[in-house]
Design a protein. Structure first.
Ligand code: GLN
Length: 193
């Protein structure tokens, strides 16, 4: 059966995700409205600016529709700002910033100081034979994670890739390299639902 993977396209780095999903053989659509959300079986929330995305999610009416789909178990993959949107708690969020609380983690948006705003490093990912080259751009940090969360990768002490049920999050940008293994891990969740 053909499955459609949506990419939240309100703001941020959504096109690179679509490119990877197409390479993996999936149909992909940009999601900006509740009607477009109805077309998809799974959703990627890209990097960008979580405060802006939060605002646009509310004004577009998508916040409520995505929330409902998440409660029904739709697979979702949040990268960077997308991870912030899916978190239970945002420790240094703006007061009007909303998140879905879909995964039991608390995040710090601006945890990495200005001097290391962006960096690249190889990380070991659970189940991968070779390391994954991870690109971090003003990356959020997972400051706490609950018992139900499975850690898939760390950078030093920090958890940088994690999963709880059909929700996967990465603090880095896997769409910016030609290595498709992390997207493949995510699309694998579609087989489980
Ligand atoms: N720090 C950004 C935020 O708060 C996230 C950065 C990113 O997505 N590359 O949304």
């Amino acid at each position: 059966m053909s499955r459609v993977v949506g990419v939240l396209a309100l703001q941020g780095a959504f096109e690179a995700h679509q490119h990877v999903l197409r390479e993996l053989g999936f149909e992909t659509v940009q999601v900006r409205t509740p009607a477009e959300l109805e077309l998809v079986d799974a959703l990627v929330m890209p990097g960008g600016e979580s405060t802006t995305m939060s605002h646009l999610l509310v004004t577009s009416g998508l916040f409520e529709s995505i929330d409902a789909r998440l409660k029904q178990g739709m697979p979702v993959f949040g990268t960077c700002a997308g991870m912030i949107l899916l978190a239970q708690g945002v420790l240094d969020g703006r007061s009007d910033q909303k998140s879905f609380g879909a995964i039991d983690i608390d995040v710090k948006r601006n945890a990495y100081g200005r001097q290391i705003d962006s960096f690249e490093t190889d990380i070991a990912v659970d189940g991968f034979v070779d390391d994954f080259h991870a690109v971090f751009i003003r990356a959020p940090q997972i400051a706490r994670y609950g018992d139900g969360v499975t850690v898939l990768a760390r950078h030093g002490q920090d958890v940088v890739l994690a999963r709880q049920g059909s929700v996967m999050v990465a603090s880095f940008h896997p769409e910016l390299t030609s290595d498709m293994r992390i997207h493949s891990l995510f699309t694998g969740l579609l087989q489980e639902v």
